[in-house]
Ligand binder design. Sequence first.
Ligand code: AHR
Length: 529
Amino acid sequence: MTKSLIAASVALALACAPLAQAETVTATASVVSEKGPKISRNLYGQFVEHLGRGVYEGIWVGPDSPIPNTRGIRNDVVAALKQINVPVVRWPGGCFADDYHWRKGVGPERKGSINSSWSNAIEPNTFGTHEFMDFVEQIGAAPYVSVNMGSGTVEEAQEWMQYMTAPANTAPGAERAKNGHPEPWKVPYVGVGNESWGCGGNMYAEEYANRFRQYQGYIKTYSGPRAYKIATGPDTDDYEWTETVMKRAMKWRPNATSPILYNTTRPLMDGLSLHFYTLPTDRWEKKGIATGFDESAWISTMRRALLMDEMIRRHGAIMDQYDPKKEVALIVDEWGTWYDKDEKGPGGLWQQNTLRDAIVAAVTLNVFHDHADRVRMANVAQMVNVLQAMILTDKEKMLLTPTYYVFDMYKVHQEATALKLGFKSPVYQYGDVKVPMLSLTASKDAAGKVHVSVANLDPNRDAALTVDLGALKVSKVSGRVLTAPKMDSFNSFDAPDTVSPKAYTGAKLSGSSLTLNIPAKSVITVELE
Ligand code: AHR
């Protein structure tokens, strides 16, 4: 047979072969209790740092920009963020927080400084306290401010708190009023240092604990709600840090009965932070790329994302020893994917955001829901143009990433009560790596609506999940699904809707039995009423 004849008969054989059906895996789950913890809306918090194009260009374009803005802040970005109900924004860093001297960012004279945390970039200081507060007000979020412990002083931190929160008839309040804001701001969340074990001072845990004890006494508000103080917690699996800081910094000294001290029964800290990033590999020097990856990088990214559960369990178990009443929250104030630098991208930790990032976001939010009794705030890194961003901008253009859409689909869980589920997932395996195929969460909101969200981590197989809803009384189901043709499908400025939610038609409700057909590599959220 000639070569062309062979090719033709192979093509004919393929055409006549029955179409390969994607395998559908079946699974079951049940609602075992409606009395789970409340899912704090703060689990949907965000993080913005003076890094790359995160603040400048991403949020701040200045009042004279041709890009539509309100007092210098991009209108398109504000509108997109309002849509997903961002509850809280952490600022100004990150490593930059321990490099930041707030006075340079207030008043009419803004001198530039050097951002020594990030490539010695020029920091123009045009986006300072007033601009940040304006931004969070525009998007309807609360501010979470990190004070500088690494290169600052207790006095500088104290004066910042006074500047932000003291009434206008005090000297710091009058200075703020002169700079355009007579009303004190509410500053409900304050971070005391950032990564003090690394970029924020390279301290040992004992040293940090002692410094935290001193700082926290001067971190107070002078009007509005008291400041909720968040101590620097561990990096990833540094359980020793958690142990030491909880042991040495959580409580007042045993005989702290001075009459000027108030409420010595409350812990010195309200939260302990945890930073955990999802890399496709275990190596910072070769993390893996954001697009054009293979299935082995896909599954290892999923495996690493799921480690969030182990981190929270193990840090939580240590916290339980010192704080059995769970008065101190675990605050995951930096999380998300982190890939190798894209040489063709604009730099500054910019990375493309694909369907893989969307699944990581869903899986991580599901883990937070599972631990909502201890984890009461989380801040994805970062909001615009940096790491696992919600939004990418290019001059006047803006696009919403697959991660953004997960936050949009999941916002229905904010402030709802988590439902406890009985569920054992089928396995998804590639090579030697095995992970659960499905990741599942459910909640009931104040209006009685039930929401179920599922991520299918398997890029090849669909799933048919039957959920026994128990005593829940529902009769209507609707939903949205997020998926795309490829594992690394992403939204570009030319094709901004490649990965965007569509109406979901794969649900069937029959009495208390809900069946969901979940496409491979997808996230779905359904509403039951
Ligand atoms: O989010 C980027 C950086 O990651 C932050 O500045 C730092 O806190 C962490 O190491």
